[in-house]
Design a protein around this ligand. Structure first.
Ligand SMILES: Nc1ncnc2c1ncn2[C@@H]1O[C@H](COP(=O)(O)OP(=O)(O)OP(=O)(O)O)[C@@H](O)[C@H]1O
Ligand SMILES: [Mg+2]
Length: 258
């Protein structure tokens, strides 16, 4: 296993938000993290990034993230946060992509390779038209896509996506998640993605983990885990699983609150 946590715990203001989490994810695969509002999904990712204090162990490729320096964590993790206030700066998308590559050197990456990387990343995600725009002046969905470009350009080993498509239209949801899946497989990284859209989780996540009140309720391959019984327990909603395109996709339809 290239990503794992053991006895992972986060306490905020004296309240245990995450308790004794054991999470495993394999390289080249995408793990969906599901759960109700307030279940602790964002807190799980923030603890890995060092934005909140976490106890226990969490490692990627053998490096313990919780004891690693901020520089090492920044090298290993790409993070697309739920809140994108950090993009309100007076720099263009292209400048931000150069800045993101500076690593620990504290100098702007301006070489030809850095410029090529920035252009390639914009092309990969279909964002060339935003190169000269300041993200603060773009729409919510456009900012969300730029946030992903900034996470990927640093070649992370662990990609953390907190509701990465919550602001995207239908076409961009598919285009962006197709690009993330392909990147995850080709670069053999581990991607963890928080979703509220069960259909996107069903389509894009190889594996799924459901958090319930700060604990792992179930985990495994997505078809085994994303079941009406588990959804009823975690969300309190009666759902149907529907076969689409002769079983090529499984759709989840929420019928009623239980
Ligand atoms: N800085 C904080 N201080 C105290 N409690 C916090 C803090 N951040 C989050 N919490 C609490 O931790 C719990 C989990 O929050 P978290 O943001 O991880 O939920 P989530 O699963 O991401 O929910 P959502 O689906 O709404 O984004 C919530 O009850 C929240 O009130
Ligand atoms: Mg959240």
């Amino acid at each position: 296993m290239s990503f794992s946590t053991t006895d992972y715990q986060v306490t905020l203001r004296g309240r245990t938000i995450l308790d004794n989490l054991a999470v495993n994810a394999a390289p080249g695969r995408t793990l969906a993290i599901l759960g109700a509002n307030g279940a602790g999904k964002s807190t799980f990712m923030k603890g890995l990034c060092g934005l909140v204090a976490a106890r226990g162990a969490a490692s990627i490729d053998g490096t313990d993230l919780l004891t690693a320096s901020p520089t090492t964590r920044a090298q290993l993790i790409g993070y697309v946060a739920q809140d994108m206030a950090h993009l309100d700066v007076r720099l263009s998308t292209y400048e931000l992509l150069l800045l993101a590559q500076q690593g620990a050197s504290r100098r702007w990456a301006t070489g030809q390779q850095a410029q090529r990387n920035a252009s390639d990343m914009l092309e990969l995600l279909g964002l060339q038209r935003f190169a000269e725009s300041q993200p603060g002046e773009l729409s919510g969905g456009e900012r969300q896509m730029i946030s992903l470009a900034l996470a990927l350009i640093r070649s992370p080993r662990l990609l953390l996506l907190d509701e990465p498509t919550s602001a995207l239209d239908l076409a961009n949801q598919l285009q962006i998640l197709d690009a993330v899946s392909a990147y995850t497989r080709e670069h053999n990284i581990v991607t963890l993605a928080i979703f509220h859209d069960m259909n996107l989780a069903s389509r894009y996540a190889d594996d799924t983990l459901m958090l319930h009140r700060g604990k792992v309720f179930c985990s495994g391959s997505t078809p085994e885990t994303l079941t009406p019984a588990n959804l009823a327990h975690v969300y309190g909603v009666d759902c149907r699983a529907l076969s689409v395109d002769d079983g090529r996709f499984t759709a989840v339809y929420p019928v009623s609150v239980l």
